[in-house]
Design a protein around this ligand. Structure first.
Ligand code: ASP
Ligand code: MG
Length: 400
């Protein structure tokens, strides 16, 4: 069997854990298996390396930062290979560059462009377990690059795509839950979730797996398994929707507290003012999310949108800029809100989901500030202190 197995930072944070992974691989290895292992840096190594660089410079040179950060993953590959060899297996550690991972883009935020798999294929053919450093590659100048935080998931899925096999992501959770189990204790683990739902949930702030990795999985049809490292329980498969027979109306609910809401009123309505407003936001690099226009038919404009709370500084700057352009504009900001998003591929063909959602709000007697939908999701902005009650009731109603 050919497979790519990825172990995240918390799964390789100590030598004991690395040894346990090697034991497990040794116990299960069968003649003819073709195993590629992708690893992250041990525990919080990447954070520590960034901290070291920042002790020298507030803005470390990004080429050198890439060179530094790549060493974290490289340590783990060598240590795991030593452990595998110690147990009588054939193993080889490879950096991203040695594994043929070519990247493009800017340092610290590279994208994988291509993978030359010859070297890996050759090792697999002679029964060698290949241990590849995640999160890194080499660019056309021959410089070491990294893929952005959490990038090892991307390395693993991209390698599985190139090697035409399944990708297993091992982490410290037992799978993907319909609702974050840390905030809702009755949350259930999903057996399967489609790429689309997973991407929507990750975008909406679920944060189990890197969205880019899921996108690559969808593009190349890589089946992704997410499960607990050395765990006994079966995890969750991220797969094509055609493999999901029971299409639920709502597969998951994600919660995002990193939201600020802005309302703009009392300006001359029409496309020109709206364009001015959003250009000012763009110039200040504010990420805009839910947009809704309220009084489309009146001559006075009124528009609302949300953006990440973490962008507040940039947001304030752009609101000042907007005020300068349109002095009469009335601006209201609202914090203490959260975004609840219900995601499900069943929404494409079934009806009544919105009605059930509004029934829940009516039952709890809670209003929402904004609501947007996509083909497979409904998102609401709710007061944060009432939010969890709404989530719990929705989870019950949709049996998540
Ligand atoms: N070590 C890198 C990080 O901490 C990449 C990864 O773990 O996926 O972001
Ligand atoms: Mg990760």
């Amino acid at each position: 069997m050919r497979v790519v197995k990825k172990f995240g930072g918390s799964s390789v944070s100590t030598i004991e854990k690395i040894k346990s992974i090697a034991n497990n691989i040794a116990q299960n290895y069968k003649e003819g298996d073709e195993i590629v292992i992708v690893v992250s840096a041990m525990g919080k190594t990447t954070d520590s390396l960034i901290k070291l660089a920042k002790e020298i410079s507030e803005t470390p040179d990004i080429r050198e930062l890439d060179s530094l950060l790549s060493t974290g993953e490289q340590q783990t590959t060598a240590l795991l290979s030593i452990a595998l060899k110690e147990r009588g297996l054939k193993a080889v550690s490879l950096t991203g560059a040695q594994a043929g991972i070519r990247t493009g883009g800017i340092h610290t935020k590279n994208k994988i462009e291509s993978i030359k798999i010859e070297r890996i294929e050759k090792s697999l053919k002679d029964g060698t377990i290949v241990v590849v450093a995640g999160f890194q590659g080499i660019n056309e100048d021959g410089d070491i690059t990294t893929l952005g935080r959490g990038g090892s998931d991307t390395s693993a899925v991209a390698l599985a795509a190139a090697l035409k096999c399944e990708c297993e992501i091992y982490t410290d959770v037992i799978g993907i839950f319909g609702v974050d189990p840390r905030v809702y204790k009755n949350a259930k683990k999903l057996d399967k979730i489609s790429y689309e739902e997973m991407m929507e949930m990750a975008n909406l702030g679920a944060g189990v797996m890197e969205t880019r990795a899921v996108e690559i999985g969808k593009k190349y049809g890589v089946k992704i398994y997410v499960g607990e490292t050395l765990g006994v329980e079966t995890g969750t498969y991220i797969c094509d929707e055609s493999e999901i027979t029971e299409k639920k109306d709502v597969t998951g609910i994600s919660i995002n507290k990193n939201v600020i809401m802005v309302n703009l009123e009392n300006f001359v309505g029409g496309p020109r003012s709206i364009a001015t407003i959003f250009n000012k936001l763009a110039q200040n690099s504010v990420n805009v999310d839910m947009i809704s226009q309220n009084e489309v038919l009146s001559s006075k404009g009124s528009i609302g949108f949300t953006s990440p709370l973490t962008d507040e500084e940039f947001l304030n700057k752009s609101l000042e800029d907007i005020k300068k352009e349109i002095p009469d504009i009335k601006i209201t900001k609202k914090t203490g809100v959260m975004k609840i998003s219900l995601v499900g591929i069943g929404m494409i063909s079934n009806f009544g989901v919105a009605a059930k959602v509004f029934d829940v709000l009516s039952y709890i007697n809670e209003e929402f500030y904004q609501c947007t939908t996509s083909e497979i999701s409904i998102s609401l902005i709710i007061k944060e202190d009432k939010g969890m009650k709404v989530v719990e009731r929705l989870a019950e109603v949709f049996s998540i």
